[in-house]
Design a protein around this ligand. Structure first.
Ligand SMILES: Cc1cc2nc3c(=O)[nH]c(=O)nc-3n(C[C@H](O)[C@H](O)[C@H](O)COP(=O)(O)OP(=O)(O)OC[C@H]3O[C@@H](n4cnc5c(N)ncnc54)[C@H](O)[C@@H]3O)c2cc1C
Length: 383
């Protein structure tokens, strides 16, 4: 089998890349996308509202199977690439298919990081990354009981709210002393914590996990904290960061650091192999949000077409997808050597804090009324 362009990984970066390639003056060669998951690429960002029962399955579709067929893009699902031979322009899938390529894109994303804690291998302990993870969580939640979410970042809070809405008694463990410590300042985090606790989530800050314990069947039953507290747990969701999926690239001898090293053309150390999305590292940056990945897809589509373009880093903004809670943050939070403008109306739960350096906006946190968020973000990008 041969294709001019082979994309390994059928996730959000891959789906965006083919969309970019097919827009405008299209790429005429044969495109083959090979994915490990059973489905074609879906909107991973929407797994949180899917878990919470706020949207239907169909909402996650990025491109229909008809669209791929119309565009002449071939899809291979549930068949991971297991061997890559850059010098032969060849790869092999788990089912044994040998495929030749002219240009290759690695879009293998990340996996949930599971810290090396005693008990981490027990059944009922999982990450939150795939549609299949949502199905497992729903199945567990249908039995009721208690859930512990390790990690009070965006993903952890979205998982916890989903599990709470599905009827589980849910506790969130946050290692630092306030929630979303990379996106919020203490005030906004305090307001968020109050709202979530008011809904019935238990939030434990400054929480260190000692170990997980299970029963004779190997199922998790408890989380033991470093301070000696024991929390009941029928399900443990670990949302403590991601590890870029680099195994294929490393085994093939491509240059890797924390992720697969790429230059501004998204090119790896092999001239005809590119990497995009959460599996790549540009300069010292790795990725966990879609905004930079959309810009990478645009650049790479140009490069693959044989035109010129360069990827450059830009700040990103973050939002939490928990219904009824609006928060927005961008830029440097708690910026050093900056002046602060702050507005707080506790009556309506509205909070804004801006950081300015040399009269230029460098960071913003909004909680409650976030309508100005995009305006601040544009200002920040322009400066
Ligand atoms: C629950 C959740 C909520 C999120 N919410 C937001 C949000 O609100 N905003 C935001 O900006 N970002 C959000 N993100 C992050 C966003 O989804 C990711 O940044 C984005 O999906 C990264 O795209 P990617 O293609 O690099 O990786 P992925 O989408 O993970 O795709 C990689 C694909 O490659 C496959 N793969 C790996 N190895 C192989 C192999 N050897 N062979 C074949 N296939 C392989 C994987 O199975 C996977 O399907 C969220 C993520 C999650 C999990």
């Amino acid at each position: 089998m041969h294709a001019e362009l082979v994309i390994v990984g059928n996730g959000m970066a891959a789906a965006r890349l083919v969309q970019e390639l097919k827009q405008g003056s299209g790429f005429e060669g044969r495109i083959l996308m090979i994915g490990r998951e059973p489905r074609p690429a879906y909107n991973r960002v929407l797994l949180s509202p899917l878990l919470a029962g706020e949207i239907e399955d169909q909402a996650l579709e990025l491109h229909s199977t008809d669209w791929y067929a119309e565009q002449g893009i071939e899809l291979l699902c549930k068949d991971p690439v297991v061997v890559l031979e850059p010098e032969r322009h060849r790869l092999r899938t788990g089912s044994g298919k040998q495929i030749q390529y002219d240009q290759l894109v690695l879009a293998t994303g990340s996996n949930s990081s599971l810290p090396p804690l005693p008990g981490i291998d027990l059944s009922g302990v999982m990450g939150f990354r795939t549609w299949q993870d949502v199905e497992i969580m729903r199945e567990a939640a249908a039995k009721g009981g208690s859930a512990v979410v390790i990690g009070g970042g965006l993903l952890g809070l979205e998982a916890a709210e989903g599990l709470r809405k599905l009827g589980m008694t849910t506790r969130v463990l946050q290692r630092s002393d306030y929630l979303l410590n990379r996106q919020l300042d203490r005030n906004a985090a305090g307001m968020l914590q109050q709202t979530l606790e008011g809904r019935g989530l238990e939030i434990i800050t400054n929480a260190g996990v000692e170990c997980l314990q299970g029963n004779e069947a190997g199922e998790v039953t408890e989380v033991i904290l470093k301070d000696g507290r024991t929390l009941p747990a029928d399900l443990v969701v670990v949302a403590a960061g991601v590890t870029p999926e680099t195994s294929l690239a490393r085994a093939a001898g491509l240059g890797c650091d924390r992720a697969i090293n790429v230059d501004a053309e998204l090119r790896t150390s092999a001239v005809d192999i590119f990497a995009i999305g959460e599996c790549c590292q540009f300069e010292d940056n790795t990725y966990g949000l879609v905004a930079p990945i959309w810009r990478q897809a645009k650049v790479l589509a140009q490069i693959v077409r044989g035109e010129s373009d360069q990827y450059a880093e830009q700040p990103v903004a973050t939002q939490l997808k928990v219904s009824g809670i609006s928060l927005f943050s961008c830029g440097e939070i708690d910026a050093q050597n900056a002046s602060v403008v702050e507005y707080h109306d506790p009556e309506v739960g509205d909070y804004r804090k801006l950081w300015l350096r040399d009269e230029k906006l460098v960071g913003a946190v909004l909680y409650g009324d976030t309508r100005q968020g995009n305006g601040y973000f544009e200002q920040l990008l322009a400066e």
